[in-house]
Each structure stands twice: as structure tokens, then as C-alpha cells.
Write a protein that binds this ligand. Structure first.
Ligand code: FPP
Length: 246
């Protein structure tokens, strides 16, 4: 089994994003409630965050709750929010020990008050950390993010703050929730589904995609290493020919 030692430190993806999928099916396989899957998903989150920090990944972004997830049964949504609050409380020291800074993207105002307060507290108390930036996508949807950005830019055009001619990638980037993040280099999705599900649509324009047939609660170091090694063995051409790159 491959370990972190097999990763080439000179060719790391700067920004890794993960769609953590399969908690529900993992629980169902065991004849348990979906919530049991989420509870076990937290341990996979913990290990993955620590492993990414050990590998020296600069930015890790996790899809923890989508705008569409609000449509799940009320009890499941409540449990996910409770898990978020309890994990944040529990992990603050570990984040600081690993020099990790916590950030959040999404419609944070729509989260329960308790979750917003805890999130704000952990973000503030890890603000000065200079190692990996861990970003949680919470009540996040890429289309909503893009609509919000288009509206904000339109208002600035209307008020003559920017001209239409000057709208470029940088202007768009600065109006996204992800304004503090570089583009995604490697996007991982667990559970065997081959979908993007409204996650970072603009930001994954040139990302390498890695799909793995493992339910999220089972995702471990060797799966992460497998994804990174796959990334390291690919040639990223950004639209150019192979000859132009060498
Ligand atoms: C997808 O599995 C997972 C989620 C919707 C939530 C992810 C949340 C966690 C791992 C726990 C809490 C997070 C943090 C950051 C502490 P699914 O329910 O869609 O699985 P299924 O596709 O098998 O139904």
C-alpha cells in the first residue's frame, strides 16, 4: 500500500478539493441510519485534513453541505449541523497544532446560528496560522455563487465603478466566495459517482479529476496518496500541445 512517503514533494497539487460522497450508502450497507455514515465520515475528514497538512498541500477544500442538501429530511440536516459544530469544537486544538487556517465558502448566513458562531470562532482563532488553508463549503452551490458574483459586478458596472471592457478572470475571481483561493488543481470524488454536483464549476476549469470507488467513511491515507500520484503522473497542458510544454 502506498503511503505519503511515495508522494513527490516537488510536484504537489497546490489546491485539492474533495466531494465527500457515500456516507449514506456506507451506513445502509451496514443496516444503519444515514446519520451513522455521517458520524463515521467525520473521522475520514479528520484523517484527510491531517494527511494533507503532512503532505504540505497549501489549500484543501471540502464539500461538506450543498445548497441542495437543505432538501434532505429535517432530522438529517439537523444532525449534519450538530456534527459540524461538535467537530469544530473538538478540532480547534488540532488545527492550531498543525498550523491550519480554517475558512468557509457558501451562503453562511443560512446556517443555524450556533453553527455560524462556532465557525466564526474557529476561523478567528486559526486566522494567524500560516500552513494549510482548510476551506469548508457549507450551504455552497456553484451556480448560486456565480449568480451572486454576476449581480455584484453588474451593480458596479451600473455605478461606473468598473467598465464592461475590464471584466476579466481576475474581476470574476474577486467576486466569488473563493476569492482567497487559487484554481483547483485536483478534484477528488468518492463513492464511484462521476459527477461534479454544482461544486466549484468556475474554479475547476483546468483541474485534474479523480474518481474513486470508495465510500467517504472508508477514505484513508492510501486513497489520498493514490489520487495525488495519479495527478503527478498526468501532463497538464492547459490547452497547449505536449511539445509546447517540453
Ligand atoms: C455525502 O454523503 C456527504 C455529505 C452530504 C456530508 C459530508 C459531511 C461529513 C463527512 C460530516 C461532517 C463534516 C465536517 C466537515 C465535520 P451522502 O449522504 O450523499 O451519501 P450517499 O450518496 O451514499 O447517500
Amino acid at each position: 500500500m502506498q503511503t505519503i512517503k511515495d508522494v513527490n514533494p516537488n510536484r504537489l497539487p497546490k489546491h485539492v478539493a474533495i466531494i465527500m460522497d457515500g456516507n449514506g450508502r456506507w451506513a445502509k450497507q451496514r443496516g444503519r441510519l444515514r446519520i451513522f455514515g455521517h458520524e463515521n465520515g467525520v473521522e475520514a475528514v479528520r484523517q484527510t485534513v491531517e494527511n494533507c497538512a503532512r503532505i504540505s498541500i497549501d489549500f484543501l477544500t471540502l464539500y461538506a453541505f450543498s445548497t441542495e442538501n437543505w432538501n434532505r429530511p429535517k432530522k438529517e440536516v439537523q444532525t449534519l449541523m450538530k456534527l459540524l459544530v461538535s467537530s469544530l469544537k473538538k478540532e480547534l486544538d488540532t488545527l492550531n497544532k498543525n498550523n491550519i487556517r480554517l475558512r468557509a465558502i457558501g451562503n453562511i448566513d443560512s446556517l443555524p446560528q450556533k453553527a455560524q458562531i462556532e465557525l466564526e470562532e474557529v476561523m478567528q482563532r486559526t486566522e494567524k496560522n500560516s500552513g494549510m488553508t482548510l476551506t469548508l463549503a457549507l450551504s455552497y452551490g456553484s451556480r448560486e455563487e456565480l449568480k451572486t458574483a454576476v449581480k455584484a459586478i453588474s451593480i458596479k458596472v451600473k455605478n461606473n465603478i468598473i467598465s464592461t471592457d475590464n471584466i476579466d478572470d481576475t474581476v470574476i475571481n474577486t467576486h466569488l466566495y473563493t476569492h482567497f483561493l487559487p484554481d483547483v488543481d485536483l478534484l477528488i470524488r468518492t463513492s464511484g459517482e462521476h459527477r461534479i454536483s454544482n461544486f466549484l464549476l468556475w474554479q475547476i476549469a483546468y483541474a485534474e479529476l479523480f474518481f474513486i470507488d470508495v465510500f467517504w467513511p472508508d477514505f484513508r491515507e492510501h486513497h489520498l496518496v493514490q489520487a495525488i500520484l495519479s495527478y503527478q503522473n498526468r501532463e497538464r497542458r492547459f490547452g497547449k500541445t505536449s511539445e509546447q510544454l517540453h
